[in-house]
Design a protein around this ligand. Structure first.
Ligand code: NAD
Length: 236
């Protein structure tokens, strides 16, 4: 009976594409210390920047493929059930799966390219990686000499204003809010499901592990995203 539903996704929707989440049992933060990955450290510490680009240079260019969870959301969007996808993910897989890019609201940026922290100029990763591998060059903006960083939001970095505004407007317009594959502990992103609920929308949470918002949800489904969403949308 929903007239306007929103999907809000986290790292959990992409684990079935082989991308580890942050806080699950095999999450990235079991191996790396989140305290190192702050914007302050990136700006002030060239050694840290070299570590970031070293890690990026060590990853392959192979792009992960969307999975049944992503495809289910495409179908729900095409059926007119979902009006947009608010995502904490940085992997671009919603767009790759076929959700119209203007309907994907990225709260934490995108890891598939880089930007200048001063002027916002966009840079592709491959030439940066090649220069780093050749002689350890750290990327600098050709326009303004600013520091270049992967286009994701680091700890301590301001949330992107336009996507935050858009996500708030979409949340307030929704009568059904589907939170999928998120531990719902990272704020301000995790404020959106609570906002939807306060605004009178139904809240559904689909996650493998319990979340702090399960108790206010109208329905909390504990399980695997691909099979459950896939069945719901008829793609699996
Ligand atoms: P999170 O790691 O905190 O939580 C992911 C949740 O998904 C966990 O509770 C886990 O149990 C659950 N999960 C994992 N695989 C699942 C599956 N197949 N089915 C059902 N549940 C599953 O991630 P978050 O809430 O998105 O927040 C943390 C931050 O992680 C975000 O800021 C995001 O930018 C970043 N992140 C993004 C990616 C990505 O883009 N793919 C990957 C890692 C981290």
């Amino acid at each position: 009976s929903s007239r306007r539903a929103i999907a809000f996704t986290g790292a959990g929707i992409s684990t079935e594409s082989g991308i580890p989440d942050f806080r699950g049992p095999n999450g990235v933060w079991k191996k790396l210390d989140p305290a190192e990955f702050t914007i302050d450290n990136y700006l002030k510490n060239a050694e840290h920047r070299a570590r970031v680009w070293g890690m990026r240079a060590a990853t392959t260019e192979a792009r992960p493929e969307p999975n049944d969870g992503h495809r289910a959301l495409v179908d729900l969007e095409r059926m007119g059930i979902i009006s947009s996808v608010i995502t904490q993910n940085i992997d671009g897989l919603h767009q790759a799966s076929g959700v119209a890019s203007e309907r994907v609201i990225e709260l934490h940026g995108n890891t598939t390219y880089a930007t200048c922290l001063e002027c916002g100029e966009r840079y592709e990763l491959v030439p940066i990686k090649h220069a780093f591998l050749a002689d350890g060059t750290l990327p600098e903006c050709t326009e303004c000499l600013g520091i270049i960083k992967p286009a994701t939001i680091a700890f301590g970095q301001a949330m992107p204003a336009a996507p935050m505004r858009q996500a708030e407007a979409e949340t307030l317009a929704a009568d059904l809010f589907l939170a999928i594959g998120s531990s719902l502990v990272v704020y301000p992103a995790a404020g959106f499901p609570a906002l939807a609920k306060r605004n009178g929308a139904r809240l559904v949470i689909l996650n493998r592990e319990p979340t702090p918002l399960d108790e206010i949800a109208d329905l909390a489904i504990r399980g695997e995203i691909g099979p459950i969403l896939g069945e719901a949308a008829g793609v699996a």
